[in-house]
Design a protein around this ligand. Structure first.
Ligand SMILES: [Zn+2]
Length: 167
């Protein structure tokens, strides 16, 4: 690995350690030319398989772009979008597969986006699930309303918890 300080074409690994439960390896490197130290991170490339069969590396930037588009004009800040993209990456990487269908990436976006902004969620879901009639929107809105009612009724933030109550 080339030294980022003096551009010397070689460097020496002085320390390697696993991070993120073994998902990453951080290497501390030392330049034999200028003596400076720097860190590199190694992780497995996560491939996203598109419907056409074409694969491309998972990109958090792409997630951010798609979600930002859905959030246009909504009171959602950039930090929340970045955090959502981070959550999505954690979700898809946690599956432990080397390849993941793009469909599953979309699915991982829907949950956290619904919590972030319901209008943005509807926009994203309408594209992702190919809504083609008003009835599709109506059904999705009804689901959102039911979840909101469950939240209010139970007085908790977690709709899933509320829905799971037996009395
Ligand atoms: Zn150097």
């Amino acid at each position: 690995m080339r030294c980022p300080y003096c551009r010397h074409p070689d460097s020496r690994v002085v320390d390697s350690r696993e991070a993120d439960d073994g998902q990453l390896i951080r290497r501390r490197r030392s330049c034999p030319e200028c003596g400076k130290r720097f860190t590199t991170v190694e992780e497995a490339v996560l491939a996203v398989v598109k419907r056409s069969g074409v694969t491309e590396p998972f990109s958090r930037t792409k997630i951010i772009g798609g979600v930002r588009k859905a959030c246009q004009g909504r009171p959602v800040d950039e930090d929340s979008i970045a955090l959502l993209a981070q959550k999505v990456e954690e979700t898809v990487r946690a599956k432990g597969a080397a390849e993941i269908p793009s469909h599953d990436v979309g699915l991982a976006i829907l949950g956290p986006l619904r919590d972030l902004d319901e209008v943005a969620y509807l926009r994203f879901a309408s594209v992702y699930r190919s809504f083609d009639s008003l009835a599709d929107f109506e059904q999705e809105i009804e689901t959102l309303r039911a979840a909101a009612r469950a939240r209010e009724g139970a007085g908790v933030d977690d709709a899933a918890t509320a829905a799971g109550r037996t009395h």
